[in-house]
Write a protein that binds this ligand. Structure first.
Ligand SMILES: Cc1cc2nc3c(=O)[nH]c(=O)nc-3n(C[C@H](O)[C@H](O)[C@H](O)COP(=O)(O)O)c2cc1C
Length: 322
């Protein structure tokens, strides 16, 4: 399976690991890149020194391409951009906003830029600014989300731009990859599935909670702040939603949320911490090495596409077969 996104990033398989705050460390990013996908260091709100150290540590573990995800709500965006340029990272993705003002600098330095977008309008604007590709991320995703579901968003972004589009949100196995390719995407980005990679530094209690999650385990909070977030439902999300219902101000809500992501996904406080995760959590049943996750997803998608082809050409009725 080889697509335009493989050529763009010089990777073997069209599978990208979302640059997750706290979890997109050198361990996970290098394991994904070594497995033939694209690993991303998640800068999140981390200081620039941490990002530099993760870049160097990733380089010690793999010679394959990898990138850095800049979370645009971080207070350190300007410094992190300097680190990325100084360290010669070849690929940048962005989340949580509009990276338009930064794109010219990256392009001058020869980097490939792939913003995460949740609307057609932003994709069009950022294509004019020089983006090389987009992640079209639906509201099924874990973490910060937009309003449109992956199934509706991806084909609309694909039709609106000329550069390759990667689908994200609600993808966890080969059926999801095959579906994304059918929608016109050139690959997939997964976050929640890679939280349950062996190399991911997420707390074991958080990983276990994901394995036990069902289809309706997540909720989206924070619509009143303008920055909704999808997480596993727990005491924290219930408290947060109660505060929103009672008319808490954005400052109060942001203050309440501070430090909660680390508490949940790194320290393993399953009720008091934030457990960012997507709706696909219910599909994940095993913790595996990242390379195995990638291999299985690609093989399952290839098999699924071949099977569909057979069904279509032989007028066979679809069965619920594995
Ligand atoms: C714990 C967690 C943290 C995340 N942090 C970021 C982030 O810092 N920047 C970003 O662009 N996306 C972030 N995301 C989104 C992922 O990169 C990815 O696009 C998303 O998880 C895809 O949807 P899925 O969860 O259904 O696979 C995060 C997701 C999770 C689950």
């Amino acid at each position: 399976m080889h697509t335009a996104i493989c050529d763009l990033f010089d990777i073997e398989y069209p599978v990208i690991q979302g640059g997750m705050a706290w979890l997109g460390t050198a361990e996970l990013a290098s394991a994904v890149s070594e497995g033939g996908g694209l690993g991303l260091i998640g800068a999140g709100n981390a200081p620039p020194s941490w990002v530099r150290q993760q870049i160097r540590s990733t380089r010690e573990r793999t010679t394959k391409p990898f990138g850095v995800n800049i979370m645009l709500m971080s207070p350190f965006v300007a410094e992190i951009i300097e680190v990325i340029l100084e360290e010669g990272v070849p690929i940048v993705t962005t989340g949580g906003g509009n990276p338009g003002v930064h794109i010219p600098r990256f392009k001058q330095a020869g980097l490939k830029v792939m913003p995460v977008v949740s609307s057609v309008a932003l994709a069009k604007r950022l294509e004019r600014a020089g983006s090389d590709a987009f992640v079209a991320e639906g509201m099924e995703s874990g973490g910060h989300i937009g309003e449109t579901a992956t199934m509706a968003l991806v084909p609309q972004v694909v039709d609106a731009v000329a550069v390759p589009v990667v689908a994200a949100g609600g993808i966890g196995d080969g059926r999801g990859l095959a579906a994304a390719l059918s929608l016109g995407a050139q690959g997939v980005q997964m976050g929640t599935r890679f939280v349950c990679a062996e190399e991911c530094v997420a707390h074991p209690r958080f990983k276990q909670k994901l394995l036990e999650a069902r289809d309706r385990a997540t909720v989206a909070t924070g619509y009143t702040t303008g920055h909704p977030v999808r997480c596993l439902e727990n005491r924290l999300t219930r408290q947060f939603m109660a505060m929103e219902r009672d008319g808490a101000s954005v400052a109060e809500l942001e203050g309440f949320g501070e430090g909660k992501l680390e508490l949940g996904i790194i320290e393993g406080d399953l009720e008091g911490g934030s457990l960012m995760a997507g709706q696909i959590a219910g599909l994940i049943k095993e913790i595996k090495p990242a390379a195995a996750i990638i291999r299985e997803i690609v093989a399952e998608a290839e098999w699924g596409i071949a099977k569909l082809n057979f069904f279509v050409h032989n007028h066979v009725v679809f069965e619920q077969s594995p």
